[in-house]
Design a protein around this ligand. Sequence first.
Ligand code: AMP
Ligand code: MG
Length: 343
Amino acid sequence: MLTPILQTDTGPLLHKAVEEAARLLKAGEIVALPTETVYGLAADAFNPAAVAKVFEAKERPSFDPLIVHLPNKKMLDEVAEVPAEIQPIIQKLVEKMWPGPLTLVLPKKASIPDIVTAGLPSVAVRMSKNAVFRRVAEALGRPIAAPSANRFGSISPTSANAVVAELDGRIPLIVDGGACLCGLESTIIKVEPGSPKPIITILRPGPITPEDLKPYGRVKHASRTVVDEATEAPGQLASHYAPRTPLRLLSSPEDFKPEPGKRYALMSYRGDASDGYVGLADWVHVQILSPGKGKLPEAAVRFFYVLRELDRLGVDEIIAEPMHEHGMGIAMMDKLRRAAVKS
Ligand code: AMP
Ligand code: MG
Protein backbone atom coordinates (compact mmCIF):
# COMPACT_ATOMS: atom_id res chain seq x y z
CA MET A 1 0.00 0.00 0.00
CA LEU A 2 1.30 3.43 -0.94
CA THR A 3 -1.18 5.80 0.70
CA PRO A 4 -1.05 5.94 4.51
CA ILE A 5 -4.24 5.09 6.40
CA LEU A 6 -4.98 6.61 9.80
CA GLN A 7 -7.34 4.82 12.17
CA THR A 8 -9.87 6.58 14.40
CA ASP A 9 -11.04 3.89 16.85
CA THR A 10 -9.59 5.46 20.00
CA GLY A 11 -9.56 9.06 21.25
CA PRO A 12 -5.82 9.61 20.68
CA LEU A 13 -5.91 7.98 17.21
CA LEU A 14 -8.93 10.06 16.24
CA HIS A 15 -7.22 13.22 17.45
CA LYS A 16 -4.09 12.45 15.43
CA ALA A 17 -6.07 11.57 12.28
CA VAL A 18 -8.16 14.76 12.48
CA GLU A 19 -5.07 16.90 13.00
CA GLU A 20 -3.21 15.35 10.10
CA ALA A 21 -6.21 15.56 7.74
CA ALA A 22 -6.80 19.22 8.63
CA ARG A 23 -3.10 19.99 8.21
CA LEU A 24 -3.07 18.49 4.71
CA LEU A 25 -6.29 20.25 3.71
CA LYS A 26 -4.92 23.60 4.93
CA ALA A 27 -1.80 22.95 2.85
CA GLY A 28 -3.95 22.55 -0.28
CA GLU A 29 -3.80 18.75 -0.32
CA ILE A 30 -6.59 16.20 -0.75
CA VAL A 31 -7.65 13.55 1.78
CA ALA A 32 -10.14 10.64 1.73
CA LEU A 33 -12.59 10.98 4.62
CA PRO A 34 -15.53 8.90 5.84
CA THR A 35 -19.02 10.39 5.64
CA GLU A 36 -22.33 8.73 6.55
CA THR A 37 -23.07 8.21 2.84
CA VAL A 38 -19.85 7.04 1.13
CA TYR A 39 -16.16 7.92 1.54
CA GLY A 40 -15.39 11.37 0.12
CA LEU A 41 -12.26 12.80 -1.45
CA ALA A 42 -11.94 16.13 0.33
CA ALA A 43 -10.33 19.44 -0.60
CA ASP A 44 -10.64 23.00 0.76
CA ALA A 45 -13.58 24.28 -1.32
CA PHE A 46 -12.18 27.83 -1.32
CA ASN A 47 -8.88 26.67 -2.87
CA PRO A 48 -9.24 26.05 -6.63
CA ALA A 49 -5.78 24.45 -6.93
CA ALA A 50 -6.68 21.91 -4.23
CA VAL A 51 -10.02 21.18 -5.90
CA ALA A 52 -8.21 20.61 -9.19
CA LYS A 53 -6.29 17.79 -7.48
CA VAL A 54 -9.59 16.06 -6.70
CA PHE A 55 -10.56 16.07 -10.38
CA GLU A 56 -7.11 14.78 -11.29
CA ALA A 57 -6.99 11.94 -8.75
CA LYS A 58 -10.49 10.76 -9.68
CA GLU A 59 -10.01 11.35 -13.41
CA ARG A 60 -13.30 13.15 -13.12
CA PRO A 61 -14.36 15.27 -16.11
CA SER A 62 -14.41 18.97 -15.34
CA PHE A 63 -18.11 19.27 -16.30
CA ASP A 64 -19.12 17.24 -13.23
CA PRO A 65 -19.63 19.57 -10.22
CA LEU A 66 -18.69 18.68 -6.62
CA ILE A 67 -20.77 18.78 -3.46
CA VAL A 68 -19.66 21.29 -0.83
CA HIS A 69 -19.78 20.11 2.81
CA LEU A 70 -20.14 22.78 5.49
CA PRO A 71 -18.51 22.73 8.94
CA ASN A 72 -21.63 24.38 10.42
CA LYS A 73 -25.08 25.60 9.35
CA LYS A 74 -24.14 29.28 9.61
CA MET A 75 -21.69 28.93 6.76
CA LEU A 76 -24.51 28.32 4.28
CA ASP A 77 -24.75 32.13 3.89
CA GLU A 78 -21.10 32.31 2.89
CA VAL A 79 -21.42 29.91 -0.03
CA ALA A 80 -25.03 30.18 -1.26
CA GLU A 81 -27.69 32.79 -1.87
CA VAL A 82 -31.02 31.56 -0.51
CA PRO A 83 -33.79 33.26 -2.53
CA ALA A 84 -36.31 35.01 -0.26
CA GLU A 85 -39.27 32.99 -1.66
CA ILE A 86 -37.80 29.71 -0.49
CA GLN A 87 -36.08 30.95 2.66
CA PRO A 88 -38.67 29.41 5.06
CA ILE A 89 -38.53 25.89 3.56
CA ILE A 90 -34.73 25.92 3.26
CA GLN A 91 -34.51 27.02 6.87
CA LYS A 92 -36.78 24.14 7.94
CA LEU A 93 -34.89 21.58 5.89
CA VAL A 94 -31.55 22.75 7.27
CA GLU A 95 -32.91 22.70 10.81
CA LYS A 96 -34.42 19.20 10.58
CA MET A 97 -32.21 17.37 8.09
CA TRP A 98 -28.71 18.73 8.70
CA PRO A 99 -26.33 17.28 9.52
CA GLY A 100 -27.43 14.42 7.27
CA PRO A 101 -27.53 12.98 3.75
CA LEU A 102 -29.55 15.78 2.10
CA THR A 103 -27.85 18.03 -0.48
CA LEU A 104 -29.46 21.33 -1.50
CA VAL A 105 -28.78 22.96 -4.86
CA LEU A 106 -28.86 26.75 -4.43
CA PRO A 107 -27.58 29.82 -6.32
CA LYS A 108 -23.86 30.09 -5.54
CA LYS A 109 -21.94 32.99 -4.09
CA ALA A 110 -18.67 34.25 -5.56
CA SER A 111 -16.71 32.71 -2.66
CA ILE A 112 -17.05 29.29 -4.31
CA PRO A 113 -14.59 28.93 -7.20
CA ASP A 114 -16.03 27.98 -10.59
CA ILE A 115 -14.06 24.75 -10.70
CA VAL A 116 -16.14 23.43 -7.77
CA THR A 117 -19.46 23.91 -9.57
CA ALA A 118 -18.14 23.14 -13.06
CA GLY A 119 -19.05 26.68 -14.04
CA LEU A 120 -22.68 26.36 -12.93
CA PRO A 121 -24.33 29.36 -11.26
CA SER A 122 -25.54 26.99 -8.51
CA VAL A 123 -23.77 25.10 -5.75
CA ALA A 124 -24.73 21.78 -4.13
CA VAL A 125 -24.34 21.96 -0.32
CA ARG A 126 -24.76 19.66 2.61
CA MET A 127 -23.46 18.98 6.11
CA SER A 128 -22.23 15.49 6.94
CA LYS A 129 -23.22 13.86 10.20
CA ASN A 130 -20.19 11.56 10.33
CA ALA A 131 -18.33 12.39 13.56
CA VAL A 132 -14.86 12.06 12.01
CA PHE A 133 -15.77 14.20 8.99
CA ARG A 134 -17.30 16.85 11.22
CA ARG A 135 -14.21 17.03 13.39
CA VAL A 136 -12.03 17.57 10.31
CA ALA A 137 -14.42 20.18 8.87
CA GLU A 138 -14.45 22.04 12.18
CA ALA A 139 -10.67 21.92 12.44
CA LEU A 140 -10.38 23.33 8.91
CA GLY A 141 -13.12 25.90 9.52
CA ARG A 142 -13.87 26.15 5.82
CA PRO A 143 -16.22 24.35 3.45
CA ILE A 144 -14.95 21.07 2.01
CA ALA A 145 -15.54 20.03 -1.60
CA ALA A 146 -15.84 16.24 -1.59
CA PRO A 147 -17.11 13.88 -4.25
CA SER A 148 -17.02 10.13 -3.69
CA ALA A 149 -13.48 8.78 -3.30
CA ASN A 150 -13.47 6.53 -6.36
CA ARG A 151 -12.22 6.75 -9.94
CA PHE A 152 -14.81 8.44 -12.12
CA GLY A 153 -17.68 6.15 -13.14
CA SER A 154 -16.61 3.37 -10.81
CA ILE A 155 -18.31 1.95 -7.70
CA SER A 156 -18.51 4.34 -4.71
CA PRO A 157 -16.38 3.29 -1.71
CA THR A 158 -18.12 2.56 1.59
CA SER A 159 -14.99 1.48 3.50
CA ALA A 160 -11.35 2.59 3.73
CA ASN A 161 -10.40 -0.67 1.97
CA ALA A 162 -12.55 0.25 -0.98
CA VAL A 163 -10.83 3.66 -1.17
CA VAL A 164 -7.47 1.85 -1.28
CA ALA A 165 -8.75 -0.23 -4.21
CA GLU A 166 -9.73 2.96 -6.04
CA LEU A 167 -7.10 5.57 -5.20
CA ASP A 168 -4.06 3.96 -3.55
CA GLY A 169 -0.91 5.94 -4.40
CA ARG A 170 -2.91 8.82 -5.90
CA ILE A 171 -3.70 10.65 -2.66
CA PRO A 172 -1.60 11.49 0.43
CA LEU A 173 -3.97 10.19 3.16
CA ILE A 174 -6.98 7.99 3.88
CA VAL A 175 -8.76 8.42 7.21
CA ASP A 176 -10.45 5.15 8.21
CA GLY A 177 -13.75 5.84 9.98
CA GLY A 178 -15.20 2.35 9.55
CA ALA A 179 -18.09 1.41 7.29
CA CYS A 180 -20.50 4.11 6.10
CA LEU A 181 -23.83 4.05 7.93
CA CYS A 182 -26.09 4.96 4.97
CA GLY A 183 -24.06 3.39 2.20
CA LEU A 184 -25.65 5.43 -0.61
CA GLU A 185 -24.77 8.92 -1.85
CA SER A 186 -26.81 11.83 -0.50
CA THR A 187 -30.20 12.75 -1.88
CA ILE A 188 -29.86 15.90 -4.01
CA ILE A 189 -32.80 18.28 -4.26
CA LYS A 190 -33.71 21.60 -5.78
CA VAL A 191 -36.46 23.77 -4.25
CA GLU A 192 -38.69 26.20 -6.15
CA PRO A 193 -41.48 28.43 -4.93
CA GLY A 194 -44.95 26.98 -5.48
CA SER A 195 -48.49 27.43 -4.30
CA PRO A 196 -49.78 26.27 -1.90
CA LYS A 197 -46.51 24.44 -1.21
CA PRO A 198 -42.97 24.84 -2.50
CA ILE A 199 -41.85 22.31 -5.12
CA ILE A 200 -39.06 19.92 -4.21
CA THR A 201 -37.41 18.19 -7.17
CA ILE A 202 -35.24 15.18 -6.43
CA LEU A 203 -32.23 15.43 -8.75
CA ARG A 204 -30.57 12.30 -7.36
CA PRO A 205 -32.44 9.75 -5.21
CA GLY A 206 -30.70 8.70 -1.98
CA PRO A 207 -31.10 7.95 1.72
CA ILE A 208 -33.58 10.81 2.28
CA THR A 209 -36.69 9.46 0.59
CA PRO A 210 -39.64 11.22 -1.08
CA GLU A 211 -41.69 10.32 2.03
CA ASP A 212 -39.13 12.08 4.24
CA LEU A 213 -39.46 15.23 2.11
CA LYS A 214 -43.25 15.27 1.76
CA PRO A 215 -43.91 17.32 4.94
CA TYR A 216 -41.89 20.19 3.44
CA GLY A 217 -43.36 20.61 -0.01
CA ARG A 218 -44.72 18.97 -3.15
CA VAL A 219 -42.18 16.33 -4.11
CA LYS A 220 -41.48 15.72 -7.77
CA HIS A 221 -40.02 12.27 -8.21
CA ALA A 222 -36.64 11.82 -9.74
CA SER A 223 -36.69 10.55 -13.26
CA ARG A 224 -36.66 6.77 -12.95
CA THR A 225 -35.37 5.94 -16.38
CA VAL A 226 -31.76 6.26 -17.38
CA VAL A 227 -32.88 7.18 -20.89
CA ASP A 228 -34.58 10.28 -19.56
CA GLU A 229 -31.29 11.59 -18.21
CA ALA A 230 -31.41 14.28 -15.55
CA THR A 231 -29.50 17.16 -17.08
CA GLU A 232 -30.00 19.29 -13.99
CA ALA A 233 -27.57 17.16 -11.98
CA PRO A 234 -24.87 17.01 -14.62
CA GLY A 235 -22.76 14.17 -13.21
CA GLN A 236 -25.75 11.84 -13.32
CA LEU A 237 -24.59 10.12 -16.48
CA ALA A 238 -26.64 7.25 -17.85
CA SER A 239 -23.73 4.87 -17.39
CA HIS A 240 -22.36 5.16 -13.85
CA TYR A 241 -21.54 3.20 -10.71
CA ALA A 242 -20.30 0.59 -13.11
CA PRO A 243 -18.58 -2.62 -12.15
CA ARG A 244 -16.10 -3.85 -14.77
CA THR A 245 -18.19 -7.01 -15.10
CA PRO A 246 -21.32 -6.62 -17.26
CA LEU A 247 -24.41 -6.32 -15.07
CA ARG A 248 -27.98 -7.23 -15.93
CA LEU A 249 -30.95 -6.07 -13.86
CA LEU A 250 -33.92 -8.45 -14.09
CA SER A 251 -37.54 -7.42 -13.78
CA SER A 252 -38.73 -10.98 -13.19
CA PRO A 253 -37.16 -14.47 -12.97
CA GLU A 254 -38.55 -15.35 -16.43
CA ASP A 255 -36.27 -12.70 -17.94
CA PHE A 256 -33.20 -14.87 -17.47
CA LYS A 257 -32.09 -18.09 -19.19
CA PRO A 258 -28.46 -18.98 -18.38
CA GLU A 259 -26.31 -19.67 -21.44
CA PRO A 260 -24.27 -22.88 -21.27
CA GLY A 261 -20.59 -22.36 -20.39
CA LYS A 262 -21.13 -18.87 -19.00
CA ARG A 263 -20.33 -18.01 -15.37
CA TYR A 264 -22.88 -15.95 -13.50
CA ALA A 265 -23.07 -14.40 -10.03
CA LEU A 266 -26.26 -13.23 -8.35
CA MET A 267 -26.95 -10.07 -6.38
CA SER A 268 -29.96 -11.18 -4.39
CA TYR A 269 -32.17 -8.86 -2.37
CA ARG A 270 -33.03 -11.21 0.52
CA GLY A 271 -31.72 -14.58 -0.64
CA ASP A 272 -35.11 -16.26 -0.46
CA ALA A 273 -35.56 -19.11 -2.98
CA SER A 274 -39.31 -18.44 -3.08
CA ASP A 275 -38.60 -15.12 -4.83
CA GLY A 276 -37.61 -17.23 -7.85
CA TYR A 277 -34.05 -16.01 -8.50
CA VAL A 278 -31.76 -18.14 -6.32
CA GLY A 279 -32.64 -21.34 -8.20
CA LEU A 280 -32.35 -19.86 -11.70
CA ALA A 281 -28.74 -20.86 -12.40
CA ASP A 282 -25.72 -22.63 -11.05
CA TRP A 283 -24.38 -19.37 -9.64
CA VAL A 284 -20.62 -19.06 -9.12
CA HIS A 285 -21.53 -16.95 -6.12
CA VAL A 286 -24.59 -15.39 -4.51
CA GLN A 287 -24.36 -12.18 -2.47
CA ILE A 288 -27.41 -11.32 -0.40
CA LEU A 289 -28.07 -7.64 0.35
CA SER A 290 -30.40 -8.10 3.32
CA PRO A 291 -30.78 -11.75 4.37
CA GLY A 292 -34.07 -12.79 5.94
CA LYS A 293 -36.99 -10.44 5.55
CA GLY A 294 -35.16 -8.03 3.25
CA LYS A 295 -34.84 -4.51 4.62
CA LEU A 296 -34.04 -1.63 2.26
CA PRO A 297 -31.82 0.41 4.65
CA GLU A 298 -29.76 -2.71 5.42
CA ALA A 299 -29.50 -3.49 1.72
CA ALA A 300 -28.34 0.11 1.14
CA VAL A 301 -25.49 -0.20 3.66
CA ARG A 302 -24.21 -3.34 1.90
CA PHE A 303 -25.06 -2.29 -1.67
CA PHE A 304 -21.73 -0.94 -2.97
CA TYR A 305 -19.73 -3.49 -0.94
CA VAL A 306 -21.66 -6.35 -2.52
CA LEU A 307 -21.30 -4.87 -6.00
CA ARG A 308 -17.53 -4.57 -5.46
CA GLU A 309 -17.26 -8.18 -4.19
CA LEU A 310 -19.22 -9.55 -7.14
CA ASP A 311 -17.06 -7.55 -9.52
CA ARG A 312 -13.91 -9.22 -8.13
CA LEU A 313 -15.04 -12.73 -9.10
CA GLY A 314 -14.27 -12.37 -12.78
CA VAL A 315 -17.60 -13.91 -13.85
CA ASP A 316 -19.13 -13.29 -17.29
CA GLU A 317 -22.14 -11.47 -15.92
CA ILE A 318 -23.58 -10.17 -12.65
CA ILE A 319 -27.32 -10.74 -12.45
CA ALA A 320 -29.23 -8.41 -10.12
CA GLU A 321 -32.65 -9.05 -8.62
CA PRO A 322 -34.98 -6.04 -8.69
CA MET A 323 -35.93 -4.32 -5.42
CA HIS A 324 -39.10 -2.58 -4.26
CA GLU A 325 -39.02 0.86 -5.78
CA HIS A 326 -39.87 2.82 -2.67
CA GLY A 327 -37.81 4.36 0.13
CA MET A 328 -34.11 3.68 -0.39
CA GLY A 329 -35.03 1.13 -3.07
CA ILE A 330 -35.56 4.06 -5.47
CA ALA A 331 -31.87 5.03 -5.25
CA MET A 332 -30.61 1.44 -5.50
CA MET A 333 -32.74 0.64 -8.54
CA ASP A 334 -31.54 3.89 -10.15
CA LYS A 335 -27.93 2.85 -9.54
CA LEU A 336 -28.49 -0.68 -10.85
CA ARG A 337 -30.01 0.70 -14.05
CA ARG A 338 -27.01 2.97 -14.52
CA ALA A 339 -24.62 0.11 -13.78
CA ALA A 340 -26.42 -1.97 -16.41
CA VAL A 341 -25.93 0.61 -19.16
CA LYS A 342 -22.87 -0.21 -21.29
CA SER A 343 -20.64 2.83 -21.57
P1 AMP B 1 -20.79 13.27 -5.65
O1 AMP B 1 -20.01 12.60 -6.75
O2 AMP B 1 -21.51 12.32 -4.75
O3 AMP B 1 -20.03 14.32 -4.94
O4 AMP B 1 -21.99 14.06 -6.30
C1 AMP B 1 -21.77 15.11 -7.17
C2 AMP B 1 -23.02 15.24 -7.95
O5 AMP B 1 -23.84 16.25 -7.40
C3 AMP B 1 -22.77 15.70 -9.36
O6 AMP B 1 -22.43 14.61 -10.18
C4 AMP B 1 -24.10 16.31 -9.74
O7 AMP B 1 -25.00 15.31 -10.18
C5 AMP B 1 -24.60 16.87 -8.42
N1 AMP B 1 -24.36 18.30 -8.34
C6 AMP B 1 -23.30 18.93 -7.82
N2 AMP B 1 -23.40 20.25 -7.96
C7 AMP B 1 -24.56 20.49 -8.58
C8 AMP B 1 -25.24 21.66 -8.99
N3 AMP B 1 -24.75 22.87 -8.81
N4 AMP B 1 -26.43 21.51 -9.60
C9 AMP B 1 -26.96 20.29 -9.78
N5 AMP B 1 -26.36 19.14 -9.41
C10 AMP B 1 -25.18 19.23 -8.81
MG1 MG C 1 -19.55 9.87 -7.22
